[in-house]
Design a protein around this ligand. Structure first.
Ligand SMILES: [Zn+2]
Ligand SMILES: [Zn+2]
Length: 370
């Protein structure tokens, strides 16, 4: 198989920077494709791992919201062709019990496949200019690079009449928020919905709840700019989570309690506030939280009220179905997720990370391709 001479953003030390370097990418295995990456979203997990709060070994190529064009494929790849536009999503094995029962976000091999820093057999697809291996396969893609190798399972073919460079965030952050609302919580028309945290995941959830026809749309955050954006995107109520009586404000807005709530913060005090705002038979979805973090709740309040607290990964998304569905919704004007995006050139990737951390940009998308 021919090798590809590429440019990749390499993290060599905890905290960064991302440094653009020449690198070599091997050809595809039998069930893999090589994707010429056009653009890649930057997601919170990229920064968490750059800073080594999650220990994926360095030096490493991050990036897990890639969008690009298939330029080479292995002999067993059936459903993708050269020239196809693809969005890259999370990796899963396709064979374990969660995978074979239609729930690949809960794959038993999630950690080695997405955070192992190598293929499952321990080899690297990328090497640097001295010939040393680079840690890769981040979310099965490592798409902060001009080319990426990935399995056919996590390369999702998408329609060609929609601007490809905007689509990468559908592979992680956007599907996490939208899927939590549409697949996991199953938010109903004319219901009440609240989201804690108006970042990329939270605002994607808000847009999805609006598309579902929820009539009360509450955004809770502590950053005024984000609340302003939530209002522009359709929130009927925006609430500063630190305000005195915030829980009562949320209950008043939702006639006594919220039917569907999504927490995107992972912060115990925020989650406890969300639990307090739940209506009887209300559902709270959790999409993030560091290991060992604990929140307290009143057992009686949960069971007597028939309330549900649900963990959700990747919005319970089956990427090959859900990502094209979201793109159709976007194309029809009912899911304008691109309003969250600000574009950066590849050379400005460190600025993108800084703007994401400061909250200046909700969803940075790095233009990787030329
Ligand atoms: Zn992500
Ligand atoms: Zn699996």
């Amino acid at each position: 198989m021919p090798q590809h001479h590429i440019t990749a953003a390499v993290v060599r030390q905890a905290g960064g920077p991302f440094k653009l370097e020449p690198a070599t990418l091997r050809g595809p295995g039998s069930d893999e494709v090589i994707v010429e990456v056009k653009a890649t979203g930057m997601c919170h997990a990229d920064i968490v791992v750059r800073d080594q709060h999650l220990p994926v070994p360095l030096p490493l190529v991050l990036g897990h919201e890639g969008a690009g064009v298939v330029v080479e494929k292995g002999s067993d790849v059936r459903n993708l062709d050269i020239g196809d536009h693809v969005v890259l999503s999370y990796a899963y094995c396709g064979q374990c019990r969660p995978c074979s029962s239609g729930h690949p976000p809960y794959c038993e091999h999630t950690f080695p496949l997405n955070f192992g820093g190598a293929a499952r057999n321990g080899t690297h697809a990328l090497s640097d200019s001295t010939g040393d291996g680079l840690h890769d396969h981040f979310f099965g893609q490592s798409s902060f690079a001009t080319h990426a190798v990935c399995n056919q399972r996590n390369a999702v073919r998408v329609r060609k009449d929609v601007r490809l460079e905007s689509l990468g965030p559908l592979g992680c952050g956007v599907q996490t928020g939208a899927g939590a609302v549409m697949n996991s919580l199953n938010v109903r028309p004319r219901s009440s919905f609240a989201v804690y945290g108006a970042g990329a995941v939270g605002l994607s959830a808000l847009l999805a709840a609006k598309a579902r026809g929820a009539s009360t749309l509450i955004a809770v955050d502590i950053v005024a700019e984000r609340l302003k954006m939530a209002r522009e995107l359709g929130a009927t109520h925006v609430i500063d989570g630190r305000a005195e009586g915030a829980v009562n404000l949320i209950k008043d807005a939702s006639h006594g309690g919220v039917e569907f709530i999504l927490d995107t913060s992972g912060v115990p005090t925020v989650i406890e506030q969300a639990i307090a705002a739940l209506a009887p038979m209300g559902r709270l979805g959790l999409v993030t939280g560091f290991p060992g973090t604990k929140a307290a709740f009143d057992i009686n309040y949960i069971f007597q009220g028939g309330r549900v607290i649900q963990g959700i990964v990747q919005g319970d998304s089956l990427p090959h179905e859900f990502i094209p569905y979201l793109i159709n919704l976007y194309a029809s004007g009912d899911f304008p997720f691109d309003r969250l995006i600000r574009y950066y050139e590849f050379a400005d990737i460190n600025q993108a990370a800084a703007d994401s951390l400061s909250g200046k940009t909700v969803k940075p998308v790095i233009r990787v391709g030329t």
